[in-house]
Design a protein around this ligand. Sequence first.
Ligand code: ADP
Ligand code: MG
Length: 247
Amino acid sequence: MNASDAVIRVEDLHKSFGNLAVLAGMSLSVARGETVCILGPSGSGKSTLLKCITRLEEPSGGRIFVSGIDITRADVDINKVRADVGMVFQQFNLFPHKTALGNIALALEKVLRMSKPQARQRAMEELDHVGLSEKADSYPSQLSGGQQQRVAIARALAMRPKAMLFDEITSALDPELVKEVLDVMRRLASEGMTMIVVTHEMGFAREVADRILFIDEGVIVEEGEPNAILTNPQHKRTQQFLAKVLD
Ligand code: ADP
Ligand code: MG
């Protein structure tokens, strides 16, 4: 990959909490339109990596570039970083007193300073994108977990991000609601969105990922095409992890 094609480039990223080194020198690039799935055991640093890429955590060392801009610089506009790199979490974090449309429109008014009518129009487009236009006026409590998660995805997409980061977004859902959320990510991948997906859904990773990274103890242990990693892992730690999660 040509360095200039990278939407996200992480160079020797370190992150410690006190004397706990959570990220111990991680480097990766994600090309435009690429879907990278990240696998790894609990506590290996997956969420911390994604949070550093959106500056929800401050890196202890190393650099992170989004479309060539160093976002670890002190003078970077954090709001711009968060609009450019959308992140979706396991918890949906929707405002309970706002409708689905209202949740998305509010973010657009606050972050992008859009007018109310413009924000509502774009919010409607993004609800349609995730197949929820008929739920525009529903409150989160009136939506299933899968629907709430799709609203959260639409809220991030409404910022027209350069990349999307997904952190185990189906892990809290009832099993029958997982597919509708995976389908939305599948669709985004096929539309050419640049994505990093932390997931335990091995079928999804095999089918949708262009590349899989296996991380453990804050380093990338192994990376490659899904079939290579899932069928023929080279490292013992990858083999042990996969033996636990694959049937
Ligand atoms: P993963 O997402 O792979 O399960 P995390 O990135 O959430 O792992 O966490 C990696 C390690 O960092 C864990 O040991 C966790 O307890 C620790 N950690 C994460 N966030 C914090 C924090 N804000 N303060 C202290 N320790 C943290
Ligand atoms: Mg995590």
